[in-house]
Design a protein. Structure first.
Length: 375
């Protein structure tokens, strides 16, 4: 097995989630919309699983809607929110360091006549609430700000920003992409004050193909998909009961602060080993969240480093998996020097990650650097 330190890209499915999925696929496989007992048993299990995920998220089961992934949830939130505010105006505020699942639909909306303000971040990767306040306008309909950045691990001031927006106008909807925050940092949608919040299963040891969308109670949105009326008519289509069961099982298996503390300890130990063993290495972001950090070996192309580490059985990335080798807009937005920017690596952990794995990464990077320098 490789040493896997790219858990912000995806996580290994935990045994409890795999077991739950298999049971639903092979035993409790009824369609929840069917009226006979097998279908009704599936419907009861579906709602029990919804309650488990909602409990982990800290919301009412009635506020949680299942989706296929974080990208679907982000797209749904953005398009539904601007449709909801169509009489108010066509101005949207986001940040320059959002995931592509937010930035790309906003580009499309710009082609349709919307104006998008992208807030810049500081060298620490954080957005200023004051900059958000200055960007608010009478025709602002939506603010979308991620909770935890997927490349730096920086926690954005969502709660303070949402409070500011609602004081300016309660009619402006606030969405947060909490894909990297779910279960990794403590929060509830109510504490943040948001109207819409997006999560994804495969970041928390559930399978790919399942996500969740929080929609604040009382907020009336147009359906994402029309058809048979599933998910209270907002997202029609037969529910993926096996994936939902797996997500619920993954949430039940999470150990809360114990898992967070373990990831944080492994991350800090890894950063210590890296700085001690790899001359010239820079810490780009220690990450506020316990599971993500970023470092750079200036002058060494990150894609070369990723390949060289892969040859030694170590998996890290140069940023979001969605970049597919392209330069990261997140690290560029932080204003890093060019030599630092070209050598960035993202390292991300799961509760199963070990200090020995972090040490192996440090040793491998030291050897790669030495080989390149002819030492």
């Amino acid at each position: 097995m490789p040493i896997y330190l790219d858990n912000a890209a995806t996580t290994q499915v935990c045994p409890a989630a795999a077991k739950a999925a298999l049971a639903v696929m092979t035993e409790d496989f009824g369609n929840p919309s069917a009226r006979y007992p097998l279908g009704q048993d599936a419907a009861r299990r579906l709602e029990a699983d919804r309650a488990a995920v909602a409990e982990a998220l800290g919301c009412r089961p009635s506020e949680l809607y299942f989706t296929s992934c974080g990208t679907e949830g982000d797209n749904w939130a953005i398009r539904a929110a601007v449709r909801h505010g169509r009489r108010r105006g066509k101005h949207i505020i986001t940040t320059a360091v959002e995931h592509a699942a937010v930035l790309e639909p906003l580009k499309d909306l710009e082609q349709q006549g919307y104006t998008v303000t992208r807030l810049k971040c500081g060298r620490d990767g954080r957005v200023s609430p004051e900059d958000l306040r200055a960007a608010l306008r009478e025709d602002t309909v939506l603010v979308s700000m991620m909770l935890v950045n997927n490349e730096t691990g920086v926690i954005q001031p969502v709660e303070a920003c949402c409070r500011m927006v609602k004081e300016y106008s309660p009619d402006i909807l606030f969405h947060t992409d909490a894909v990297q925050g779910f279960l990794k940092v403590p929060f509830t949608p109510a504490e943040l004050g948001v109207d819409l919040l997006t999560v994804s299963g495969h970041k928390v040891r559930a399978p790919k193909g399942i996500g969740g969308q929080y929609i604040r109670e009382g907020l009336k949105l147009e359906p994402l998909l029309r058809g048979g009326g599933q998910e209270k008519t907002l997202r029609s289509g037969t529910e993926p009961t096996a994936q939902i069961a797996a997500l619920a099982a993954a949430c039940r298996a999470w150990k809360g602060e114990a898992d967070r503390a373990r990831m944080r300890a492994v991350k800090e130990a890894t950063l210590e080993r890296l700085t001690a063993q790899v001359p010239g290495l820079e810490i780009v972001s220690r990450g506020d969240a316990p599971h993500i950090c970023a470092v750079s070996l200036p002058g060494y192309p990150s894609e070369m480093l990723v390949r060289a580490l892969a040859d030694q059985g170590i998996c890290v990335s140069s940023g979001s998996a969605c970049h597919k080798g392209k330069p990261s807009h997140v690290f560029a937005a932080m204003g890093l020097p060019k030599r630092t920017l070209m050598g960035v690596l993202r390292i991300s952990f799961s509760p199963e990650s070990t200090e020995a794995e972090g040490g192996a990464l440090a040793q491998a990077l030291a050897e790669i650097r030495a080989a390149r320098m002819g030492l």
